[in-house]
Design a protein around this ligand. Structure first.
Ligand code: HEC
Length: 423
């Protein structure tokens, strides 16, 4: 038994490949701003704490926080496209996973609302509360960070659950979905990326702002950003590997490996550029590193896409089979159903309609007689039904039997008629 849904025969607004390419691209842009939002919130809390010792950090915390409220709006707006696209391209799988974890999934809405309110409170009470009630002030920032730590888990649990239809029966709710392979390692992979992204952003942002100023603040912030970017990128070699080896079986393929290898090579070159950026004052290595890692991010988004397609290949075959059965039984039902009688055709009627062109009672037509069937399948109704549902070659002297255009239910009726009736 599996609860894989049948396909929904609705036409898409654009070819499947176009929608999936858009999904890969819009997703990576969205995740970039999510990284800036989450990473920025963490930076502004961490450096606020360090700011007690060193006013540089206090200023850095505040300047980063100014960017967070803008980036969070962009993250939300840019999240709409990938959300709609995934709903369109993986409809049955995506919505099933959502339904299975519905309280957690819907909680994203109010959790994110609270996180944003906390962020604004943190930002706009910086002067008024910062000195008088520092703990209260900091708790606003911490609350936003705590929520930001949790929300990605909900998304990841869902998107992962969607890819494992064969485990749907055994998975009850969000907590169990969290424990499926890959979720936790992928979460760590995401978080390290967040810190690398905010590091990059800080390096570029403060480099741009410091170009016309000799304020040492900018130079120091830029170097700090570079260190986080480099540290984060290097750490990904560990978390990326953990993520990779924890992928569920069936996810791997040659395309996947080729893309990962290409991404790793580019990331290594980007790290060299980052080291050079740390050692010089020129902006060029930063631009090179960002361009390289942009390509890496795109490749990684494509890798995720390949994982999705690989894992869903088999479930899709099951879904196609079920769709076919559903459509044939619907078609037979509509052919035989009359509102007055409200009854389906009997096994005998169905046999006459679908089998007698090739099978007779006591002699060979195109196929063997029903007497032969009774002899061979007496007491083995299921075997006979299985054969009729999916006919295989049996007798080399006879042609193959084509698959009849009826579903499981009708076949069982016919088998009952032939075997049961001739007892
Ligand atoms: C287009 C012709 C055709 C139709 C229609 C057809 N069959 Fe057959 N059937 C065959 C042929 C040919 C064979 C022999 C196949 C073989 O031995 O490989 C066969 C074999 C069988 C067998 C014997 C399998 C075995 O184990 O030797 C059964 C049972 C059977 N058909 C049931 C049905 C039923 C029930 C229907 C109606 C739903 C049906 N067939 C419709 C052509 C047909």
């Amino acid at each position: 038994m599996t609860n894989i849904p049948i396909d929904i025969p609705l036409s898409l607004p654009a070819p499947d490949g176009v929608l999936k390419a858009l999904l890969v691209i819009t997703f990576i842009v969205h995740i970039l701003f999510v990284g800036l939002m989450v990473g920025g919130a963490y930076w502004s809390v961490i450096f606020k704490l360090l700011g007690k010792e060193d006013p540089f950090y206090e200023r850095l915390a505040r300047e980063i926080l100014d960017t967070v409220t803008i980036n969070k709006s962009l993250a939300v707006v840019l999240g709409v496209a990938p959300l709609l696209l995934i709903g369109l391209t993986y409809t049955g799988y995506w919505y099933t996973a959502n339904m299975m974890t519905v309280p957690a999934f819907l909680s994203i809405i109010w959790l994110v609302i609270f996180a944003f309110l906390f962020l604004y409170a943190y930002k706009y009470t910086w002067d008024s509360l910062g000195d008088r009630a520092p703990f209260l002030h900091l708790s606003f920032g911490l609350s936003a960070c705590a929520i930001f730590a949790f929300v990605p888990l909900i998304f990841l649990a869902n998107i992962n659950l969607m890819l494992l239809p064969f485990r749907w029966d055994a998975t009850k709710g969000f907590i169990q979905a969290l424990l499926l392979p890959n979720v936790l390692f992928r979460y760590m992979h995401f978080f390290v990326a967040v810190f690398a992204i905010i590091g990059f952003f800080a390096a570029i942002y403060f480099w741009c702002r410091g170009r016309k100023s000799d304020d040492l603040f900018y130079m120091r912030s830029q170097k700090l950003g570079l260190k986080w970017a480099l540290g984060g990128t290097l750490l990904q070699s560990i978390f990326g590997t953990l993520n990779f080896i924890s992928l569920p079986q069936g996810a791997y393929s040659r395309t996947l490996l080729i893309h990962i290898a290409a991404a790793l090579a580019l990331a290594a070159v980007a790290c060299i550029a980052l080291v050079r950026a740390l050692l010089t004052t020129s902006g060029k290595p930063i631009v090179a590193a960002v361009a390289l890692l942009g390509v890496v991010a795109l490749l990684m988004s494509f890798v995720r896409h390949t994982v999705r397609e690989n894992l869903l290949r088999e479930p899709r075959m099951v879904a196609n089979q079920r769709t076919l059965e559903y459509q044939t039984s619907l078609a037979t039902f509509l052919k035989t159903y009359t509102p007055e009688s409200g009854k389906l055709l009997s096994g005998e009627d169905l046999f006459k309609r679908y089998c007698t062109s090739c099978h007779a009672r006591d002699r060979l037509l195109l196929g063997p007689s029903t007497q032969y069937m009774v002899q061979k399948y007496k007491g083995k109704k299921e075997d006979m039904a299985a054969f009729v549902l999916n006919p295989k070659k049996v007798n080399p002297d006879l042609p193959s039997m084509p698959k009849p255009p009826i579903g499981q239910y009708e076949i069982e009726e016919i088998v009952e008629y032939i075997l049961g009736g001739s007892r």
